[in-house]
Design a protein around this ligand. Structure first.
Ligand code: NAP
Length: 308
């Protein structure tokens, strides 16, 4: 293949929200593929996608979208991946690759794998990048820059198909690494899923409190709480599906979290300042590690521009 040849001649994006939209922008930015075809469930989303020219061609059904595509990426909530795979299966081109961007991997492999026909490659993946926004207008080309995309090859995935998909993600600005599905789900339960649940809970607690203290929770919302509210504004469908499909790993991490919380609660009650100080010193080092790995900025308030 010549160096400037597209990695794929036709990419079909099923679902046209934050992740699919960002992929479309990033693929165009890098001149990585030939045609990008897309579809979404609702006529409203398809109309917006057409109006803003999100992809080269918007079609009305997943079957039309995947016809003749050499890469199909499922960019829908995890809970509907299996149904979408069943719908597209008879229309997939021989030799095509089917991938997805779901936040949970074992459940997606179990739901989609059985529908992938002989002669079609299945290479699941997960970009570790997102925002609290969703929908066809929310994507942007730089979303994946310097973020990891984990490639989670299903059993027997074709090596060339895996390598080509990884090359596409690197072309979109991401670092890539391969990981086993169960390990992926445990790591994400620690780094993303449980923190989201904690944020949802904390905002729920504050909402309860708001009834007591009127609007003070909002008026004086300081950085800590404000960051929780941003995370807790994430798409309800996506996050419902994450917890329903990554149940075991999330429950395991929540169990550990609860134990630690009780230990800290006890330290507060008994006035054990040494324990609290040592604990917070240790956690500070983890933050330093993330900054050193280039995965966040150490600018005050996460580099946000002050609006007040
Ligand atoms: P999103 O902005 O809400 O977009 C979801 C898209 O899926 C929409 O176009 C929606 O169509 C379509 N869709 C929903 N249900 C469908 C169904 N039953 N059949 C066909 N299409 C359907 O979501 P997103 O943030 O891009 O998330 C997509 C996937 O990426 C999810 O699996 C999520 O776990 C994963 N992911 C998300 C993030 C993140 O931070 N957001 C990060 C990494 C991975 P309509 O608009 O017509 O409803």
């Amino acid at each position: 293949m010549p160096d400037d040849a597209p990695l794929y001649d036709r990419v079909a994006l099923i679902g046209l929200g934050l992740i699919a939209g960002s992929m479309a922008h990033a693929m165009r930015r890098g001149g990585l593929v030939g045609e990008i075809v897309g579809t979404a469930r609702s006529p409203e989303t398809r109309d917006v996608a057409r109006e803003i020219g999100l992809v080269d061609r918007v079609v009305d059904t997943p079957a039309e979208a995947v016809a003749g595509a050499d890469l199909v990426v499922l960019c829908v909530p995890v809970g509907v991946m299996g149904a979408v795979a069943e719908e597209i299966a008879p229309h997939l081109a021989p030799g095509a690759t089917v991938s997805d961007v779901g936040s949970v991997k074992r459940a997606v492999i179990d739901a989609v794998g059985p529908y992938v026909p002989e002669g079609v490659h299945f290479v699941p993946a997960h970009p570790l990048a997102g925002t609290e926004h969703s929908g066809p207008r929310s994507g942007f080309a730089a979303l994946f820059d310097n973020r990891f995309t984990l490639i989670v090859p299903a059993e027997g995935s074709d090596r060339d198909a895996v390598d080509r998909l990884a090359a596409l993600w690197r072309g979109m600005g991401a670092y890539t690494e391969e990981m086993d599905a169960d390990h992926h789900d445990l790591v994400l339960a620690v780094t993303s899923h449980t923190p989201h649940l904690i944020a949802y809970t904390m905002v729920g607690v504050a909402d309860d409190l708001r009834r007591v203290t009127d609007s003070e929770v909002i008026k004086y919302s300081a950085a800590g709480f404000r960051d929780f509210t941003r995370i807790a504004a994430s798409d309800p469908t996506m996050w419902r599906d994450v917890f329903l499909t990554n149940k075991d790993a999330t429950l395991e991490i929540l169990g550990r979290f609860t134990e630690e919380l009780f230990a800290l609660q006890r330290a507060i009650r008994t006035g054990d300042g040494d324990l609290l100080f040592d604990y917070f010193t240790h956690t500070r080092a983890i933050r330093r590690g993330i900054i050193e790995a280039g995965q966040d900025t150490d600018a005050p308030d996460f580099g946000r521009v002050k609006t007040e």
